[in-house]
Write a protein of this length. Structure first.
Length: 164
């Protein structure tokens, strides 16, 4: 057993639930048609204006997006413990979490959000998947500061509305 597994087994769990790692938005033929036409339009415009690099980049971005977004989300374990928060196999100790906030507007958005003290991953959104937010708030407010009044970012709203 490595140090992380030992810590996980010895750290008392205060609250646990399972949730999808991300929300999968259903996309129909119309969505793919519109996105395909927009991508084709950008590529054609890029070629007309002799910006071959831009055309290649947009084709690659569209391909990567379609390949990654067609994956089904895995169900992962979320554990709030005495020492931090486990999201699947990633541990966020409380001293690395700057703040938290809960966005709870069912059925659209139900997330626990963490602001992490890492430049590479400053924000983590955890799906609540029906888990009541009150016990989460009660536990976390004793451990880390709450970012009161924070809501979904503009990027998160756009992503949800356009099913990106």
């Amino acid at each position: 057993m490595n140090d992380l597994e030992i810590a996980e087994n010895q750290d008392p769990v205060l609250l646990a639930w399972q949730a999808p790692e991300f929300i999968s938005h259903p996309r129909g033929k119309l969505w793919y048609t519109v996105v395909g036409l927009l991508t084709a339009g950008i590529v054609v415009y890029s070629l007309i204006t002799q910006s071959v690099t831009t055309a290649i980049v947009f084709l690659l971005l569209a391909t990567v997006y379609v390949l990654t977004r067609n994956q089904k989300p895995r169900t992962i374990d979320i554990k709030i413990t005495q020492l931090g928060i486990w999201v699947h196999r990633t541990f966020y100790p409380y001293n690395m979490i700057r703040s938290f906030w809960v966005v709870y507007t069912p059925p659209f958005v139900q997330t626990l959000n963490l602001e992490i003290a890492k430049k590479s991953l400053p924000h983590v959104a955890i799906q609540l998947n029906g888990q009541e937010p009150v016990p989460i708030h009660e536990i976390l407010s004793k451990k880390i500061p709450e970012a009161e009044g924070r809501e979904e970012s503009l990027m998160e709203i756009v992503t949800r509305l356009f099913r990106l």
